[in-house]
Design a protein around this ligand. Structure first.
Ligand code: NAI
Ligand code: 13P
Length: 320
């Protein structure tokens, strides 16, 4: 059984480490040859330096070679997925492309499964998502994720191939629901971080998390996802983790905005772009998305934290 992970960031590295258990043949691809050389020498990856790379893990900067594996885990940031797939000449007929990124592509306004379907229509798209920090997966701590694939045989096969003793995958055929859960929770996590950073307290965070989840459900229904999917690991599960942990970069961006402190611009914060996509959707549909649109204005600086909170709190009273 051979698997290639494309993208050597924190998440790709963690997945590659976890999958090396159980005798799988795993390759980790990074785009930068110098990074690959350094990883070979140090057996560490720059975005997850605390985790040693197993001896059995193959490291490469050769994309065409890595892409020959029958299962490819796509672990680059959402806005880079389309360009990554465009660099692979092969049409990947019958290859399983498992998206591990969380967000909405701003160019196509679709999630990862839509990007895959456009770039590689002959491939089998799937989504791996749910509450999990790279650090925990790499350390072998217990983690449960959603593996979504519309093709039943593939879903079962991938679930088996990608589960380990510490990584427990639940199966779903609702790819849109699974990928929306992962994308949308990041936006709500920014809002929750901002509330805590501004000193508004845990009760305000619980309100944002719950009303944010109501917005996630509205968007999911509009996009044809099933409510039960969002109630699972990839929706409610990941929302809970990301809105309550300092390990989350989305939450930490919110904290920095709330506190008025600096934030490292080199960190991957998927919720910032996803919020812009949601603001566009709110503009062009009748969907009521006050928290998501407020976050969109907050991250661009169009609203200050106090203006954002005023805008939310002064909305007309309504039924829950
Ligand atoms: N870090 C985590 O705990 C988790 C991350 N994710 C998701 O995984 C995705 C990737 O995130 P991280 O690995 O954390 O990010 P990261 O910031 O640690 O790494 C991103 C990696 O992608 C590479 N990259 C960027 N553009 C590229 C391109 N065009 N071609 C090839 N490589 C490119 C960068 O060089 C870097 O190695 C995100 O969508 C994130 O939401 C999902 C679950 C957990
Ligand atoms: O998706 C994640 C946890 O499930 C990681 O969260 P951040 O991208 O906010 O760090």
């Amino acid at each position: 059984m051979s698997i290639a992970v494309l993208g050597s960031g924190a998440f790709g590295t963690a997945l590659a480490i976890a999958l090396c258990s159980g005798g799988r043949e795993v390759t980790l691809w990074a785009r930068d040859p110098a990074t690959v050389t350094a990883m070979r020498e140090t057996r560490r990856a720059p975005r997850l330096p605390e985790a040693p790379l197993p001896d059995s893990l193959t490291l490469t900067d050769n994309l065409a070679e890595a892409a020959r594996a029958p299962v490819l885990l796509l672990s680059v940031p959402m806005q880079s997925l389309s360009s990554l797939l465009g660099q692979i000449d092969d049409d990947l007929d019958g290859t399983a492309l498992v998206a591990c990124c969380k967000g909405i592509d701003l160019a196509s306004m679709t999630g990862p499964s839509g990007v895959i379907a456009t770039a590689k229509p002959q491939a089998v798209p799937a989504v791996l998502t749910g509450p999990s920090f790279a650090k925990d997966i790499a350390a072998g701590l217990p983690t449960a994720l959603t593996l979504a694939c519309a093709e039943a045989d593939w879903a079962q096969d991938l679930q088996r191939q990608l589960s380990t003793r510490s990584l427990r995958l639940y199966r779903s055929d609702d790819m849109v629901g699974a990928e929306l859960g992962g994308a949308l929770k990041n936006v709500i996590a920014i809002a929750c971080g901002a509330a805590i950073g501004a000193g508004l307290g845990d009760s305000a965070r619980a309100a944002l998390l719950t009303r944010g989840f109501a917005e996630m459900m509205r968007i999911a229904e509009h996009m044809g996802a099933r409510a039960e999917t969002l109630n699972g690991l990839c929706g409610l599960g990941d929302l809970t983790l990301t809105c309550t942990s300092d390990l989350s970069r989305n939450y930490r961006l919110g904290l920095a905005l709330g506190r008025g402190t600096d934030f490292n611009p080199n960190l991957t914060v998927e919720g910032a772009a996803t919020a812009q996509a949601l603001a566009k959707i709110a503009e062009t549909t009748a969907l009521d998305l006050p928290i998501c649109t407020t976050v969109a204005h907050l991250v661009t600086g169009a609203l200050s934290v106090s203006q954002a909170l005023d805008a939310l709190i002064s909305r007309p009273l309504k039924e829950e």
